[in-house]
Design a binder for this molecule. Structure first.
Ligand code: ZN
Length: 92
């Protein structure tokens, strides 16, 4: 399954003008694991993840059916990985 989302590490690689830092100020690079397990901005809904994996283990969250169900609930509750569509950038 391909998970399309907006994350800081994506921006760091492909959109250098966009800061890769997390808006919470605690992470210089906003990684997937930071969003899933650490960032206080996304605490809301994280109990869904903890109910499947108390330590929020990425292989369990992304690699099991119940993990993916919990991830869907987490994303819905926290609005993690969401971003308004980026404005089209004139490349000239
Ligand atoms: Zn953060």
């Amino acid at each position: 399954m391909l998970l399309t989302c907006f994350r800081g590490d994506y921006y760091a690689r492909f959109v250098p003008s966009e800061s890769p830092a997390c808006p919470c100020g605690d992470a210089a690079i906003q990684t997937r694991d930071h969003i899933l397990a650490e960032c206080h901005l996304y605490e809301r809904g994280r109990h869904h993840l903890r109910s499947v994996s108390p330590s929020i283990s990425t292989p369990i969250i992304l690699g099991t059916h119940s993990g993916l169900n919990a991830l869907a609930k987490f994303i819905s509750a926290s609005k993690a990985f969401a971003k308004a569509a980026p404005e089209l950038v004139d490349e000239h």
